[in-house]
Design a protein around this ligand. Structure first.
Ligand code: ATP
Ligand code: MG
Length: 162
């Protein structure tokens, strides 16, 4: 798949959408066949190399969001920047800016568990975008987002948020 490309996978419930996304994102091992990312075979990478590559190259929007429930919205968004070694003040400023673009300026300091499903999904989208990853893997990313924001969310997933 060429850089800048956009690829959508459709199918009924249980058809197999989440599973291939998890394989592409190096979260699951394929039962058969070989997966190469940028020419490098998955099977040659150690667990540590896999997790470094995952943090560096991929942004995930999980179907079940997987936010840290007791942590504020902005700190959930900022998590990939912690792994990338970005200083606290920059992490906070960037996260608040992105949350504002997603209509969540007034929810940034709420803990994730206090947010509605649609708000949590937008936090999960922001977390996937914050680090400008090479690849964004998004599992039904607008399922809970209000329809008036669909265009904006899909634009951001395609071209980045800045
Ligand atoms: N680790 C696993 N081992 C065996 N079977 C699995 C595993 N993970 C998923 N499956 C099965 O593979 C099929 C596809 O699952 P998957 O989660 O990819 O579906 P999906 O297309 O994302 O569905 P939905 O739209 O409901 O989210 C399902 O029948 C599921 O039970
Ligand atoms: Mg699924």
């Amino acid at each position: 798949m060429p850089a800048g490309g956009y690829f959508a996978l459709g199918g009924t419930s249980g058809a197999g959408k989440t599973t291939p996304l998890r394989i592409l994102g190096l979260l699951e091992t394929p039962a058969a066949g070989e997966y190469r990312f940028n020419g490098e075979s998955r099977s040659t990478l150690s667990d540590r190399q896999l997790s470094e590559l995952r943090d560096r190259a991929f942004g995930f929007v999980f179907q079940q969001f997987h936010l840290l429930p007791q942590v504020t919205a902005w700190e959930n968004v900022a998590r990939p920047l912690v792994y990338a070694g970005v200083p606290h003040a920059t992490r906070k400023a960037r996260s608040l800016e992105l949350l504002a673009k997603l209509g969540l300026a007034n929810r940034s300091h709420h803990r994730a568990l206090q947010l509605s499903g649609g708000e949590q999904q937008r936090v999960a989208i922001a977390r996937a975008l914050i680090n400008d990853p090479e690849v964004i893997l998004a599992d039904e990313p607008t399922g809970n987002v209000p329809q008036e924001l669909w265009g904006q969310v899909l634009d951001m997933l395609e071209t980045g948020w800045r």
